[in-house]
Ligand binder design. Structure first.
Ligand code: URA
Ligand code: SF4
Length: 220
């Protein structure tokens, strides 16, 4: 991805324009359109979901279905809107029939996410569900274990939480847990982590890798 501008907002536009015609993996065949991401290109918070669903594929915008409505509710509770944050997915094209994205597809697509992270340069990254959490943290530990904490991560914070679809299926406790995780995002933004950190000193946060060169995704 070669860009010639030093303006990150413009650079992001250039990369988006490239991505909209991407055929780097076989998900290109079944998609209606690429769902690159939406929101504020200078956001403090970057949300990473899994993959576009049917409505996203039709509209070219992430999280516009039922999961998106719940995400907006949770954002509102911490005084944010979808226009204030940036929202994207691990893969930018809809897998046929909403099947899970496959490892080679995630691999093919992850450079876009890395570029989004570098150019948007958010203070907090929120991974929604197992796919994005596993990709970003390079861990096999499940989301249920990882969530509930803000991790210091490559000079910013990472808040892993459930996918909104899990809360829609389960409601109840999952939703309450997501509310807690979103409150951690608010705490990070307000600089209030000292009082209510969610960071456990005894538990070393799962680091992506010791050697940044080995990082599949977010080495800097
Ligand atoms: N689920 C996701 O993970 N991403 C979307 O954009 C919509 C639903
Ligand atoms: Fe390109 Fe990503 Fe779409 Fe695959 S999923 S075609 S890598 S944009």
């Amino acid at each position: 991805m070669i860009t010639h501008s030093s303006d990150p907002v413009l650079q992001l536009k250039v990369v988006e324009t490239e991505a909209l015609i991407c055929t780097k993996c076989d998900l290109a065949e079944g998609r209606t359109q690429v769902v690159f991401g939406a929101g504020n290109p200078q956001a403090d918070v970057l949300f990473v979901g899994e993959a576009p669903g049917q409505r996203e594929d039709e509209q070219g915008v992430p999280f516009v279905g039922p999961s998106g409505r719940l995400l907006e509710e949770l954002l509102a509770e911490i005084d944010l809107t979808r226009d204030a944050v940036y929202i994207t997915n691990v893969v930018k094209c809809r897998p046929p029939g909403n099947r899970d994205p496959r490892p080679h597809e995630i691999d093919a697509c992850k450079a876009y996410l890395r570029t989004q992270l570098e150019l948007i340069d958010p203070a907090v990254v929120v991974t929604l569900g197992n796919f994005s959490t596993k990709l970003v943290l390079r861990t096999e530990v499940g989301i249920t274990k990882l969530r509930g904490m803000a991790y210091e991560w490559w000079g910013r914070y990472l808040v892993p939480t459930f996918h909104p679809a899990a809360a829609l299926r389960g409601r109840g406790q999952v939703l309450e847990d997501m509310r807690y995780d979103f409150s951690l995002v608010r705490d990070v933004l307000d600089g209030n982590l000292a009082t209510d950190t969610g960071i456990e000193e005894e538990t070393p946060p799962p680091q992506p890798a010791d050697d940044p060169q080995q990082l599949g995704l977010f080495g800097q």
